[in-house]
Design a protein around this ligand. Structure first.
Ligand code: SF4
Length: 314
């Protein structure tokens, strides 16, 4: 989608500014599915999400306004689910541990299961390998809800490594399988796998990073290079947004990260520049469009000021 912020009448054509929304940005399939399930369930009554449904505050507020409650996951983990005061709960796309799923069922709560099918397959994979006596190693962030859910499918526990250094501490021992958090950086995963294989020759490796994430990484790099300025829209708590923003910065030094339209600054843009608006897998399309409109508005003001300062305004 392109919005063109043309100069005012009589202004030089070179001052026209283009605002371009990345056509590949927006929810990944797993997040889109969880949000659609939440909205469908909300139409039938009260619903509480176990943890924020998505790492994007603006989208969380939009769903709150439709009636979605959020209960911190730690609270749900540490209490009797019967005392939560709700009859229906939403599992977000990251999934949950087997024990929490069982406790929700025992408490008689209706579960709207937004676990991404790809994450569900990884949960099943680690569960199966655990049952066969394997040591499970997960490459990812220790406190990420998806990783906690994966570990929670291994009754004997699992080892989480977030770096090559941590992987280096894994001692030779039982048969071992390596998987990844779906949003982990794929190149790092391969480095960890190669390092572990040198010490554990029988290591079994499953690259469970999500293809939609790696495809986004490739396309966002090209998008960042194709624009003079990049405005990246994403929740500051989102690890997927952090990775994608880093790629934008590596490919375009003039990349700026905002959570909302009001963080956009006029000084980021110059006359005649091409501005790219993009975001993470948890950034809703409506928010990208809102930021694009705001950039066009800010740039109009900015261009007007430059003309006054440069003495070329009408
Ligand atoms: S990034 Fe991939 S695995 Fe994760 S929720 Fe989205 S589609 Fe599912």
């Amino acid at each position: 989608m392109k919005l063109e912020q043309r100069g005012r009448e009589g202004q030089e054509p070179s001052s026209a500014l283009t605002v371009d929304i990345d056509e590949n940005a927006g929810f990944c399939a797993g997040v889109a599915r969880a949000i659609a399930l939440a909205e469908g369930a909300l139409a039938k009554g009260r619903l509480a999400s176990i943890g924020p449904v998505i790492h994007n505050p603006a989208e969380v507020v939009r769903l709150q306004q439709k009636g979605l409650l959020t209960i911190p996951q730690e609270e749900v983990e540490s209490c009797d689910p019967r005392t939560l005061g709700v009859r229906r709960v939403l599992i977000r796309s990251h999934g949950v541990s087997e024990s929490l799923r069982a406790r929700l069922a025992e408490a008689g709560l209706e579960v709207v299961d937004g676990t991404c099918p790809i994450v569900r397959r990884v949960q099943q994979l680690v569960k199966d390998y655990c049952a066969r006596g394997y040591r499970v190693v997960v490459f990812g962030k220790k406190d990420h809800p998806e990783v906690l859910g994966l570990v929670g499918h291994c009754p004997q526990g699992a080892v989480v490594v977030g770096s090559l250094e941590e992987a280096g501490k894994i001692a030779p021992g039982p048969p071992t399988v390596l998987v990844a958090q779906t949003t982990a950086p794929e190149a790092r995963f391969h480095e960890v796998a190669a390092a572990l294989r040198r010490r554990l020759p029988s290591l079994e490796v499953f690259n469970t990073t999500c293809r939609s994430v790696s495809r986004r990484q490739e396309s966002i790099a090209a998008f960042a290079r194709a624009h003079d300025v990049v405005v990246f829209v994403g929740g500051k708590e989102s690890s997927n947004s952090r990775q994608l923003f880093d790629i934008c910065q590596q490919n375009n030094k003039r990349s700026f990260w905002v959570e909302s339209a009001d963080e956009v600054q006029a000084g980021w843009f110059g006359p005649g520049e091409a501005v790219g608006i993009t975001g993470g897998a948890s950034t809703p399309r409506w928010l990208l469009e809102r930021v694009a409109s705001h950039v066009a508005h800010v740039a109009r003001t900015c261009g007007h000021e430059k003309h006054i300062k440069g003495g070329s305004a009408e």
